[in-house]
Every structure is written in C-alpha cells, then in structure tokens.
Design a protein around this ligand. Structure first.
Ligand code: CA
Length: 523
C-alpha cells in the first residue's frame, strides 16, 4: 500500500533476485503462541529452553521484535493473513459468523503466478478453502488427540497427537504429492498451544520438577487503568476453570463423557480431548494428573497460593504443548535439509496473535497490551537473510500477504493494506517505512468480556480508546510510555503534561483510520 511505494520495492527485489529461482515457502504457524514462550525472544522463560528448534531457526535467520496483529483474536487474524487487510475490509471482525472465501486472497494469486499451494492444519475459517491445490484442515478449533481433518474428499479421523499428525501430513504432501517442477508455498498451521493446552502424552512429565518463573505483573490491581482492565473476565484467579486445569474428578468426567456420547458437546476442550484418547492414553493421563490433583485438593489453597498453583499447572501444560510444536518444527527443518530443499526454501514461524501467560493476572488475548498485541515472527532464508539478525521496525500481520506475493514476483493488488517485508529481510530499513500501527478489537459482548477498543502505537507511546457498550461515558482512554513503563502498568492519559502528546496521538489515530478506510460507524 502507498506508504512505501510497493512498485519500487518490487522492482528492486526483481533486480536483486533475478538470478535466483523463485523460493519455496514453508509457513509454520501456531495458535496462541506467546513470544514470551520462545527462547530466542529472551525473557523469564528462556532458562527453561522451551523452543530449541525455533531458536535454531532464529539463529539461522531474522527475529522480528516489533511484529503486531491488527485484531488479537483467532479467526480475524487468519482472515488478515490471507487477505492482507484489516478486519473491517475482509469482513471477519469477530470469531462469530462466516468468512467470504470468494474474496481475493494471496494463495489464489500465488497459484495464478505458478506456485503450488497447500494448507494443512488449523485455519479456523469454515467452508471449502480456496486458492490451495491441496488443503487438509481441522474443523473449527480441531482436536488434540485423534483429530478430524476436512479436505476436498470430506472428513476423516486420523490417529495420533495433533501437532505430529499435521506435520506427518505436511511432509507426506511434500514427499509424495507435490509437483516438483513448481515452486511451492506450504502452510503448516498448528492447533497447539490453544486452550485447553493438552500436551502429547510423551510430554506430560516435562517441567514436572521445575517452578515456572512468575511475571512481575501477576498480581496487577489495574489501579490507573480504565473500566476495561477492571471488568474483563480472563484472570487466572477467577476465569480459569477446573476444566482448563484438568482437575475434574473421575465421576464428573464420566458424567461428561456420557453427555458427549449423545451430543456435540464441546469437542475441543480438555473434556473433548479426553473423550478422543485411546485407553492407553487415558491411563497415562490419569497416572500423571491424578496424584498431583489429589495433592492439590488436600492442600486447600486460597488467595495468592491458589493463583500460583493454577499458574504453574497452566504454564506447564502450555509449555508442553509448545514443546510438541517445536519438536515438529525440527522435523520439518530436518526434512528440508535431508532433501536438499534448504537453499531455496524460506521458513517462517509465527502465531495468530500473542497471549497472556499470567501477565496482569490474565490468560487469553484480545487486548492491545503488548503480550497479546505482539506476535512472534522469525524468518530463515539462506543466502539472503543475515543469520542471527534482528529487526525492530514496526510490522503487522497485514504485511504477510504482500510479502508472499513479492517473494513469488506476483502482482500485488492495490487494495491490500500492508507492505512487503522483503527489503527488511535483506537488512534494509527504508526511510519511508511506517512509524505507527493501527489496532481494532471488536468482539464485545462476548466470552472474556474485553471491551471494544482501537488504538495507535509508535515506537515509544501507545494510545488506546475503549468504546461501545459498558464503557462509561461511551469512551475511555489510556496512554502508556513504553520506554518508561514497558509492562504497561501506568495509564498517563490524565497527566496534564501529556496533553500535547495526546493531541498528536489522536491526530495520528484519525490519520490511520482514514488511511485504512475504517468506517465511521464502527468506531
Ligand atoms: Ca489464536
């Protein structure tokens, strides 16, 4: 889109890449993988070595440190990655309702330009997928054990743990079914580590004897924040249920089990996961959780001790799921190396948004606060990207579609709203690169009770406007100085010293609304 002059970038890229064959792209993606849970991003969990293979990818390529989403929730984020547009233009503003698959998407254009395209795993946009020579996707949220897959030939159930099976089927396509005369774009999109964070049985004991470090903001009291932070429903303390924590009694679980046999009762939760396990898997599951649950019930914890126990159970299961994704990323990297595909294949890793891992006392996402707004993005491209490099330009998930098209030397439609990241991959920092990002979350009233909000961020300040139902006086504002207050604990919107800055940031917000064609009736 106009800010950078994509025609110039494309021409430059053509010169640079003229001698190279068009690259293959392996686009590995997960669901709700917080950057805090990636070793290469540092932070409090780094010492647990949660992601040795993703770290290996980062060492061979580029880590993006200011990569953000436009709407921190699953389906809208995935619609953005396909279309290169913010939610109000692709029409998927919340998880409810359908996605219009007939609209323009980048896989369709890549296909037209001679790429073979494939999508395996979670897309969370129901209906027949378009723009893919091969698609093999999880229905809805998908299941952790013995998952169903939907493809052109209907639905089938496949034995195994979901992250392993998605990888098996991706490698099978690479090995047996693709047309080796064409470049390919393969999307390997994982369900893990999405709630209810069910690990592979082989990882149940991992981190068992470790105390997971706590975030500084676990017991945030939201003192200077607006109504939205006070009245959400996503705390570990109050909202994380026994189902999430796997502490249902056998009797309760058996009752649900019976219920599920006669209905389509929540197929993706821990209950659904248990229902789909083999007898052997259930036995291993019970052998792990039962004694630990009994110990917990006997202890009768309350207050901070209870929150800490829940945090430990949550983080251990979450990190076990991450470890399963990471192992499978290693399998893909090894496959590419063994089949001499490494040299001309770009491998990318990211997630549909970030996630709160106890920061502010929360789990889930949705807010424009950094843990959910920011998402991990790591790219390896031998011979082009400098190994071990780090980019800190402001980037957003609207940029992916144009980047793929630029890599494919395919035409980039004018109505896509991002920028190609290709110059950044090459280590350039174009002076015309954007200096602010727009964000807009729409799903309220809904699960977790996060108020509607929009906002603008630059490299130093973040301005958020909460609006709509249940926001006092129709709107409330927050301003954060990200240099002085990186954890976003102190809202300085009401500090008179900030008045000029607030005026400037509000002008920037209005400029971005106009630039991205945000309809006035949605703000
Ligand atoms: Ca998600």
């Amino acid at each position: 889109m106009g800010m950078l002059g994509s025609a110039v970038v494309t021409a430059g890229s053509m010169v640079y890449l003229a001698k190279r064959k068009r690259p293959n792209i392996v686009w590995i993606f997960s669901d709700d993988h917080a950057y805090q849970a990636i070793g290469a991003y540092g932070g409090r969990l780094q010492g647990l070595n949660p992601t040795p293979n993703i770290d290996r990818l980062a060492r061979s390529g580029m880590r993006f440190d200011r990569f953000y989403v436009g709407n921190s929730i699953c389906a809208p984020s995935r619609a953005t990655l396909l279309t290169g547009k913010h939610s109000h233009l692709h029409g998927k503003q919340t998880n409810d309702g359908g996605f219009d698959h007939n609209q323009q998407t980048f896989p369709k254009i890549m296909q037209q330009s001679g790429y073979q395209t494939a999508m395996v795993g979670k897309i969370h946009l129901r209906g027949d997928q378009q723009g893919f020579d091969y698609w093999d996707v999880l229905p809805g949220q998908g299941s952790y054990y013995q998952p169903d897959f939907v493809g052109k030939d209907g639905t089938k159930r496949v034995d195994g743990y979901v992250s392993d099976v998605i990888t098996d089927r991706s490698l099978k396509w690479l090995d047996e079914d693709r047309d080796a005369s064409k470049p390919f774009m393969l999307m390997i999109h994982h369900k893990a580590p999405h709630r209810s964070w069910c690990p592979a049985i082989r990882h149940l004991e991992k981190y068992d004897d470790v105390e997971i470090p706590y975030p500084e903001t676990l017991f945030d009291d939201y003192a200077s924040r607006t109504t939205a932070a006070h009245q959400q429903d996503m705390t570990i303390e109050n909202t994380m249920y026994r189902n999430d924590l796997k502490i249902k009694s056998h009797a309760e679980r058996d009752e649900m089990f019976e219920k599920m046999k006669n209905s389509d009762y929540e197929p993706w939760g821990e209950r659904g996961a248990y229902y789909r396990m083999t007898a052997e898997q259930r036995e291993a599951w019970d052998n792990h959780y039962d004694p630990r649950n009994q110990e917990f019930l006997d202890a009768e914890l309350t207050g901070e001790a209870l929150v800490k126990w829940k945090y430990q159970r949550y983080l251990k299961d979450y990190l076990r799921c991450i470890y399963g994704v990471d192992e499978n990323i290693g399998r893909v990297m090894d496959y590419l190396a063994e089949n001499e595909l490494t040299d001309n294949t770009i491998i990318m890793y990211s997630s549909d948004q970030g996630f709160f891992l106890g920061e502010h006392g929360w789990f889930d996402k949705r807010f424009m606060y950094k843990e959910s707004f920011r998402t991990p993005f790591i790219v390896s491209w031998p011979g082009v990207i400098e190994p071990g490099s780090v980019n800190t330009d402001l980037c957003q998930n609207i940029d992916w579609a144009e980047t793929f098209l630029d890599l494919a030397r395919a035409p980039i439609p004018e109505d896509m709203q991002g920028e190609s990241l290709l110059p950044l991959f090459k280590g350039q920092h174009p002076t015309s690169w954007r200096n602010a990002l727009y964000y807009h979350y729409y799903e309220y009233p809904s699960v977790h009770d996060v108020r509607r909000h929009e906002g603008v961020v630059d490299k130093r300040f973040k301005l958020i406007r909460f609006y709509g139902p249940d926001v006092p006086d129709g709107e409330e504002w927050e301003l954060f100085d990200l240099d002085l207050d990186p954890n976003e604990m102190t809202n300085i919107y009401n500090d008179p010293i900030q008045s000029h800055r607030i005026t400037r940031m509000k002008q920037e917000l209005q400029r971005l609304r106009e630039y991205y064609n945000v309809p006035p009736d949605s703000i």
